[in-house]
Structures are given as C-alpha cells and as structure tokens.
Design a protein around this ligand. Structure first.
Ligand code: MN
Ligand code: MN
Length: 448
C-alpha cells in the first residue's frame, strides 16, 4: 500500500540494467545533430528518411486513403509527417509537435564591414541567447542566398570557421563591472571574416577581398546578401559527455531532441487505424509567427486535407496532441530558480508539463485534469518512465511552447519534453536515458 501512496520518480538507467540499446539510440541522434544545425538541414534529413520508409509527398489534389504515409514540406523549413487512419471523425488525430529552429546568429541584410584591418559581419541574434556565450567560440556558416538570376546558393558544409572576439581579462576591468546582460551588446556580436586586403583597391580593401572570395566560390555579390538568409551556429560537434558517457553535449537540443524522437516514434509506430501526424515547425524561438511557424495556416491546410471526407470541428474535438519541447532540468549549481519537487530531473524520462507561461500562467494552454490523466495513465499502462516537471519557480521567469497554438484549435494538448542543462547555450546537455524513453513515450501515444 505505502508503495503506491507516494509518487516517486524512476531513473531510466537504473530501471534498465543493460544500457546498450539506450546508447545505440543516442549514437544515431548524435549523428543527426552533427549534420542538422538549421531547420532547412533538418527538413532535408527527415524527408530523406521518411521517403525510405515509404512516405510520399502529400498531393493536396488527391484523396488520401487509410494507411497512406505522407509528408508535407512547407518552404523547406517546416514539415509534417502523417499516416492516414480509418475514421478521423470517430477517432480524432494523434499529434506530436516539435520545433526545429534553435537560437543562433543571423546576418543583417548588409552585413559586411571593415575596420582597422579586419573585415567583419554584422549580426542580429535569433531567439533568446546569453550574448557573452557566443564570443570566443568557433562558428560555422549556414543558409542560402538567391542570386539575381534566381539560382539558390547553399552555404552549409563550406568548411570555413568564424569567430566573435571577446576582451582579454587584462583589460576587462570596466567590462567585468557590467551586468551579465550588458557586458556584450547585441551590436558587438560581429563576426571576423578576413584580414587580407586587395592591393588594387583604395578603400575597404579587405571587405573587397572577402566579396571576391564569395563571388569566386558562390557567384554572389554584396547585393545578393540583402535577400540572403545566412546564419552562424556553433561549430562544436555533438559528443558523449562524462566518464560514463551518459550525457550528450550539443548545439540545438532545443528542440531537435524532441523533433528527432517524435520522428523516430512515427517511423517505428505499429499501425493502429488512427490518423497520426508529426509536425516539425520553424520560428518557435521567435514566437511561432510567419508562414513556417506553428501559427501559420499551412497547418490548417494539412489538417483540412486529412478531414476532407469528414467534419474537421468534430475531428479536432476528438484529437490529442503532445506538444514536444525541452524543459529546464534541475541543476544543482543553480538550485534557486527551480522548485526541485516540481522540476525535471535528468535521466527520469520525458517531463510532462501541465502548464508553462509566466506571471500567473500567462500565455499557456494549461492542460485539463482529463487530458493530463489520459497521457499519464497511458504512459503508466505501457510502462513508460515519465516525470512531472515545471519550467522554473513561480515568478522566476518562464517561457512558452507551441502547445497553445494547437490547443487554440480545440485539440487537447499537453506539454512534454526532455529536460536540459544549459538550455539555449551553444552547448546544451541532455541525458541519453531521456532520449531513449522519449522515443518510447511518443510511440505509445502514436500507436494508441
Ligand atoms: Mn524549445
Ligand atoms: Mn527554446
């Protein structure tokens, strides 16, 4: 009796004495992280794998049949993977939604400048970052430009390394006295990109030489940078962390860890007759706005297609969604911002979060008791190790996810995700145990 009375978290490593399978899943996840550091790279990777699994591009003009496996790729930056079920109106749709954009530095439209013998690129940060973490760190270039003749040029995998400088400690007494948020200003996040001048040039010799290199390699001019979409992300490879190699250190766990696990779950889910949809979207880090964000009506276009032969409103009412996004794992070095009893603990499985938001639950969909119970009972019945956790202490700050945008469409939605240490840093930490168990959790929901 007393065993059942008290709720206790379980540890995935301790409950699974043999760890081979847990480590094998993470090896594949690490491989994915090393090739996919932007949303474009992610959609490319996922579509390629889905095609090998028999998924076909969704034809909005053709009728879907039960069992059809499809993907809908939206502007190369968000993508939906689905399996058509028998009767959406009777069964509803089971959704998993995650985002594939991560905090980074984007170039300004006119980025290239030169000062005191150094050519630099001006940036504007994307998403919530601690600016000081982005200095003295190797960066790589990602993204595309579209030239005057309509040709798309891809900058990914170009082998170049870049960096933003920081001040030497010897001369940083003034900087050291500033607050953390002010020590490095947004305008100072300028990326070093060259120091060799072009002898024939009078002014901006180094800038000219950089443009020459870009033109020779990519056929682009300074004007083409105005329309380009160029990002800089950490160049560090994802790797196992710790003597026991139980952790994964990487850029972009938020939220590729949930995107990858949801995708894995769909690819390995047993057929159930219920319609399943995994939404991997862009722009979450800046508010989910825009054509490729969760608020875009592209989502409705896909759902309309699934509900072609039935009433979409009735389908929504019967549908359920796991809004999959990372959470803040309890960090013993910073215990003051989390209520340990209600925080995500590394290695104890995916964290189910009833509500997110800030200042009195503002900006969250706040799942109902019935919806929470459906998911937690399902996980317990299927022997999934899960845990309850909230993002921070009351009034410590807060955050939101895509959950509300799906819930606003009248779909019962709960937040779930992997707890991270150093979330939003250039190198975030996750537990391999949580990656493993999160795939299992998504799979039982998609199969239900
Ligand atoms: Mn996120
Ligand atoms: Mn985030």
């Amino acid at each position: 009796m007393s065993d059942n009375l008290i709720y206790k978290k379980k540890n995935v490593f301790e409950e699974n004495p043999v760890h081979d399978e847990i480590f094998a899943v993470s090896d594949r996840y690490i491989e994915f992280l090393n090739t996919c550091k932007t949303e474009r790279a992610c959609t490319r990777y996922f579509v390629e794998r889905a095609k090998k699994n028999g998924f076909k591009a969704l034809d909005f003009k053709e009728k879907l049949k039960p069992g059809d496996r499809f993907y809908a790729l939206n502007r190369d930056k968000s993508v939906f993977f689905g399996i058509m079920g028998n009767e959406p109106e009777k069964d509803g749709i089971h959704y998993c939604a995650a985002h594939i954009d991560s905090p980074r530095l984007d170039l300004k439209p006119q980025p290239l400048c030169e000062d005191s013998g150094i050519a630099m690129l001006k940036t504007h940060y994307y998403g919530g970052i601690k600016k000081y973490q982005w200095t003295a760190l190797p960066l790589q270039m990602e993204g595309v430009a579209v030239t005057r003749d309509g040709k798309t040029v891809d900058f990914s995998d170009n082998g170049y390394t870049f960096c933003i400088t920081d001040l030497l400690p010897h001369l940083a007494s003034e900087q050291a006295g500033k607050t953390l948020g002010k020590a490095i200003e947004g305008e100072d996040l300028r990326i070093i990109c060259g120091t060799i001048g072009e002898q024939t040039q009078e002014n901006d010799k180094i800038k000219y030489n950089v443009l020459k290199i870009l033109n020779e390699r990519y056929g682009i001019t300074e004007r083409d940078l105005i329309s380009a979409e160029i990002s800089f992300v950490p160049q560090l490879p994802a790797s196992s962390v710790g003597f026991d190699k139980s952790l994964i250190g990487a850029y972009g766990h938020d939220d590729r860890i949930c995107a990858w696990t949801a995708f894995e779950a769909l690819m390995s889910a047993a057929p159930s007759g219920r319609t399943k949809l995994v939404a991997l979207v862009d722009k979450e880090e800046i508010g989910s706005d825009g054509v490729t964000g969760m608020q875009s009506s592209y989502f409705d276009m896909v759902v309309d297609k699934l509900c072609e032969s039935c009433d979409k409103h009735l389908v929504n009412l019967k549908s359920k969604c796991l809004s999959a996004d990372v959470n803040a794992a309890f960090d013993p070095i910073y215990p003051s911002v989390l209520d340990k009893q209600n925080a995500s603990i590394l290695g104890c499985g995916p964290t189910v979060t009833k509500y997110t938001g800030a200042r009195g639950k503002s900006g969250t969909s706040d799942a109902s008791a019935e919806t929470m119970a459906y998911f937690t009972n399902l996980f317990d019945n299927k022997e999934i190790i899960w845990q309850s956790g909230l993002l921070g202490k009351v009034d410590a700050g807060g955050g939101g996810t895509v959950a509300k945008y799906i819930a606003n469409r009248n779909v019962d939605t709960v937040d779930i995700g992997v707890g991270l240490l150093s979330m939003h840093a250039p190198y975030e930490i996750a537990s391999k145990a949580d990656v493993y168990e999160t795939v299992r959790a998504f799979r039982v929901f998609l199969e239900d």
